[in-house]
Design a protein around this ligand. Structure first.
Ligand code: ADP
Ligand code: MG
Length: 250
């Protein structure tokens, strides 16, 4: 390696942009081949670093969101759920719902892709400037109860209210008692018209009284959730079942 290359690479390290060490030679070759001037070369090189930094911050946001798995909207097979409005889901991918602080509700049987769609939209949201968190209803309620009993509820609610998108998965798998319902109501009220929620449930709203001990609070929660919301009822069959049926040639 020539002295100038060595010096340049040391400078990249000193400036904490050492990712450029792996790419500057290619950028330089391209610039020479395409007869770019110094300014154009410099701008392309800096663009490389910007892309690298953005990529790093998206990855950090995805890690922070704590998704249960990584599945994109593009990987969703809409032909398997013909009842689902594909155009509407794709429109939501533009993230206008985050700007408008609207909610999205996915209701349907296990295995129809509710979590997949929630994660897919969550991933899209992470690619933008927004903050996202994914949590199951059971974990959320446990967390809120611990915070409440430890006198830390306000702090916890503040943390959740600062997110641009909160995904609450699997409302309905566990019964929700009076205290938990109250805590959930406080959280939903705090985010109301301030930040989006994506919520999934295996129960339609009509059946939420089977999940909640307190049907009055349940109604109040539903009321706030659905005021500005896109609601999807997914009635198809489980995708997990599809794979099983195919394997057994049924
Ligand atoms: P739910 O949350 O409704 O119980 P999931 O979203 O967890 O269902 O889906 C179960 C599994 O099947 C996941 O691995 C998911 O990626 C996959 N899946 C469900 N529906 C589809 C679909 N239409 N296209 C592709 N994969 C799907
Ligand atoms: Mg699920």
């Amino acid at each position: 390696m020539s002295d100038i290359n060595k010096r340049l690479e040391k400078q990249f390290v000193q400036l904490q942009i050492k990712g450029l060490i792996g790419v500057y030679k290619t950028v330089l070759d391209n610039a020479i081949n395409n007869k770019l001037n110094y300014l154009e070369f410099l701008s392309i090189l800096l663009e490389e670093e910007i892309l690298r930094k953005q990529d790093g911050s998206i990855k950090a946001k995805i890690a922070k969101a704590k998704f249960p798995f990584i599945k994109t909207i593009e990987a969703f097979d809409f032909s398997y759920q013909p009842g689902l409005n594909q155009q509407q889901i794709l429109r939501l991918s533009s993230l206008e719902f985050i700007e408008k602080k609207e909610n999205i509700i996915f209701l349907g049987n296990p295995g129809v892709g509710k979590t997949h769609l929630a994660v897919g939209l969550g991933l899209k949201t992470c690619s933008s400037k927004y903050r996202v968190a994914f949590i199951t209803a059971a974990n959320l309620l446990e967390e809120l109860q611990i915070a409440f009993r430890g006198g830390m509820l306000t702090d916890r609610l503040l943390y959740y209210s600062r997110l641009n998108l909160l995904i609450i998965d699997e409302v309905g798998y566990m019964p929700i008692n009076k205290e938990q319902a109250n805590l959930l109501f406080q959280l939903i009220s705090m985010r109301y018209e301030k930040g989006s929620i994506i919520l999934t449930s295996n129960y339609n709203f009509d059946d939420w009284n089977k999940v909640f001990d307190d049907s009055v609070v349940a109604s109040a929660i539903i009321d706030r959730l659905i005021h500005h919301a896109h609601i999807f009822y997914i009635n198809g069959t489980s995708y997990r079942l599809k794979n099983k049926l195919a394997k057994n040639n049924i």
